[in-house]
Design a protein around this ligand. Structure first.
Ligand SMILES: [Zn+2]
Length: 151
């Protein structure tokens, strides 16, 4: 997404958990603990992936996108469909997205990444601001033409 910024990737932490599991230092019971809320969010708002679950290897993982931020008001902390995020990103200045992977087969779940979205991320794009200036009242070609005609 265009305004995506401050991305934090959690794949190292995920690999560490899987290593602990392989070594027998944690049990599948400890890591396959998706709550009913998370599983519902995965069913209704989840984004299917092609990635196999690292634990049961029988289901594909589902990504759930949670949104947080003051501007969201009562929507903060809700799961949203991936398709809704670009729309929100054009409406709001800034909000945080947390992506969680869930396996609906064995309840494995882990944070994938977090990032910021929102219009504040467009500030670095000069061209759009410039274009708005050209269309300002009184400026631009139309004004010039009118002066030509008066001469
Ligand atoms: Zn699984």
């Amino acid at each position: 997404m265009r305004t995506q910024r401050q991305v934090v990737d959690y794949s190292l932490q995920k690999r560490a958990v899987l290593r602990e599991l392989l070594a027998g230092r944690v049990g599948t019971y400890d890591v396959c603990d998706a709550s009913p809320y998370l599983k519902n969010a995965a069913r209704f708002h989840g984004e299917p992936t092609e990635e196999r679950c690292p634990i049961c290897r029988s289901e594909n993982l589902t990504h759930v996108h949670y949104i947080y931020g003051d501007e969201l008001k009562q929507s903060a902390g809700q799961a949203r469909n991936l398709a809704e995020l670009p729309v929100l990103a054009m409406t709001l200045r800034e909000f945080q997205v947390f992506v969680v992977e869930v396996c609906l087969g064995c309840d494995w779940n882990h944070l994938v990444e977090q990032f910021l979205l929102g219009r504040d991320g467009l500030a670095e794009d000069g061209p759009e601001q410039g274009a708005a200036g050209v269309n300002a009242p009184g400026a631009g070609p139309a004004h010039g033409r009118r002066r030509e005609a008066q001469r």
